[in-house]
Design a protein around this ligand. Structure first.
Ligand SMILES: [Zn+2]
Length: 151
C-alpha cells in the first residue's frame, strides 16, 4: 500500500504516514518526514510562543505540574538523581553561585532547619563537640583532684 504525500508529493509506503482515525483512509495526508519538518520549523519560528505557552501552562497548572514532577521523580528516582548529578557536574559554577545565593537568602530558614534537625537527631553529635565535652570532663576531674588535695 502506498500513498502520495500532500506536501512533498512523493509516493511513500503507509508506514511513512502517521495513523489518523479522522481521515478517510486512516492516515495523515502529510508524510511523517514532512510533519516533522513542519513541527520543527514551527517550533523554530515560534520559540518564544512555544516557550510562553509552556510557561503559561505551568503557571495555570502549578499543582498538577508539581504532582506530575513528584510522580515522575517517584517512578524514576535513580534516573532523576543521576541526571541532577550530571547537571551539577556540568555546571559547577552555577551550582556554587546558586547555593551561596540560596544560603544567603535563606540563612534564617536554614539555621532554623539545622536547629530542628539537631533537635530531631539528638544522638548525632559533631566531632568537635565530642572533643570539647571530653576536654571539659578532664578539666572537671583535674579541678576536683586539686580541690581534694587542698583539703
Ligand atoms: Zn511528505
Amino acid at each position: 500500500m502506498v500513498k502520495i504525500c500532500s506536501l512533498c508529493g512523493i509516493e511513500k509506503s503507509l508506514d511513512e504516514f502517521h495513523k489518523f482515525i479522522h481521515s478517510k483512509d486512516g492516515y495523515r495526508s502529510r508524510c511523517k518526514e514532512c510533519r516533522k519538518t513542519i513541527t520543527k520549523k514551527y517550533r523554530e519560528e515560534n520559540t518564544d510562543k512555544v516557550r510562553e505557552s509552556q510557561k503559561r501552562y505551568r503557571e495555570d497548572n502549578k499543582e498538577l505540574v508539581k504532582q506530575r514532577k513528584k510522580e515522575y521523580y517517584e517512578n524514576n528516582k535513580e534516573k532523576v538523581l543521576e541526571k541532577n548529578k550530571e547537571w551539577r557536574e556540568n555546571n559547577p559554577d552555577y551550582n556554587k553561585e546558586y547555593s551561596s545565593k540560596y544560603r544567603e537568602k535563606n540563612r534564617d530558614l536554614l539555621n532554623e532547619k539545622a536547629k530542628q534537625w539537631r533537635k530531631d537527631n539528638p544522638e548525632y553529635m559533631p566531632a568537635y563537640m565530642k572533643t570539647y565535652l571530653l576536654f571539659i570532663f578532664f578539666v572537671i576531674i583535674i579541678i576536683q583532684n586539686q580541690f581534694l588535695n587542698e583539703i
